[in-house]
Write a protein that binds this ligand. Structure first.
Ligand code: FDP
Length: 282
């Protein structure tokens, strides 16, 4: 597993370099979810594929930017599902973006996730690794090396609220719930980049990030294998919770297709319990 973590650290520096120097225009293609791909999305995907081509324990790669599964090493043990550059549409306005990696052993379902890693490309490069039985570990880039900064542990209750999706397409239950948080003094923190938004809530102690099912996207927008499950694991390891609109743990998801999405709520315990109550799924 350490080889995989070390490879992701190298990838992080290469993608950061691409973000700082590459062409920001669109490629000629769309990804599997029908979204236009930026040249930077494609370039980041290639960086990752090339890096794992030398890591024999990696059996398969599943990328947000590709259809299907890419077999790398027949005798490998792990499948890495990744979003090479999440929130890439924010690069042209110079906001933070990220990469997310879910490392699975066996069938691609949440219960088989063995570790997750994300990288934040912001004013600094930061990387967080979550493994079973440990709090997520935050590392920061100093020169060409990552140094561990400390474990991430969430408080029981936070102050931040990051509500995703278009408000006019929210259900009335969701709107009432989000309004109730603001009426209690929660502060809005939503950049439109899942990685920095979830990172901020974890590091500032807690709060809520939600991307519900909406009238235009009944199953939400965020992808289970590359985004939802890796972050659900992070939040649970940090002492928080991650559930869907039925109040079920996202760590019980079993995707039927690599690009399946799910409504999702990530937060500290207080906010998730409040959400379950508001949705009547307590
Ligand atoms: P993006 O489309 O820019 O890649 O992964 C999807 C994502 O960004 C997340 O990073 C982000 O949280 C979400 O979409 C934002 O969606 P909305 O603009 O619909 O809130």
């Amino acid at each position: 597993m350490n080889t995989i973590f070390e490879t992701i650290k190298t990838i992080a520096f290469d993608i950061d370099d691409a973000i700082k120097t590459a062409d920001l225009g669109y490629s000629d293609s769309e990804n599997s979810s029908g979204e236009d791909q930026l040249k930077l999305d494609v370039q980041s995907d290639i960086i990752i594929e090339k890096a794992f081509a030398f890591v024999a324990i990696v059996k398969n790669l599943v990328s947000e930017e590709k259809e299907g599964v890419l077999e790398l090493h027949e005798t490998g043990k792990y499948t890495i599902c990744y979003d090479p550059l999440d929130g890439s549409s924010l690069v042209d306005v110079n906001l933070s973006v990220g990469s997310i990696f879910g490392i699975y052993e066996g069938k691609l379902q949440a219960s088989n996730l063995v570790a997750s890693v994300y990288v934040v490309y912001g004013p600094r490069i930061e990387l967080v690794i979550a493994q079973h039985g440990k709090k997520p570990m935050l590392s920061r880039a100093f020169g060409t090396q990552f140094r561990e900064v400390g474990e991430i542990s969430m408080n029981e209750k936070g102050k931040l609220n990051a509500p995703g999706g278009t408000q006019q397409n929210w259900s009335s239950v969701h709107k009432t719930f989000v309004d109730s948080l603001f009426n209690q003094g929660y502060r809005l923190r939503y950049s439109g980049g899942m990685v920095p938004d979830l990172h901020q809530i974890m590091l500032k102690g807690g709060g809520l990030f939600s991307y519900p099912g909406t009238t235009d996207k009944p199953d939400g927008k965020l992808r289970q294998l590359f985004e939802v499950i890796p972050f659900a694991f992070m939040y649970e390891q940090a002492g928080g919770q991650a559930v869907n609109e039925k109040g079920q743990r996202l760590m019980e998801l079993i995707p039927t297709h690599p690009h399946d999405t799910s409504p999702c709520f990530f937060g500290s315990n207080h906010e998730i319990e409040a959400m379950k109550k508001a949705y009547g799924v307590h």
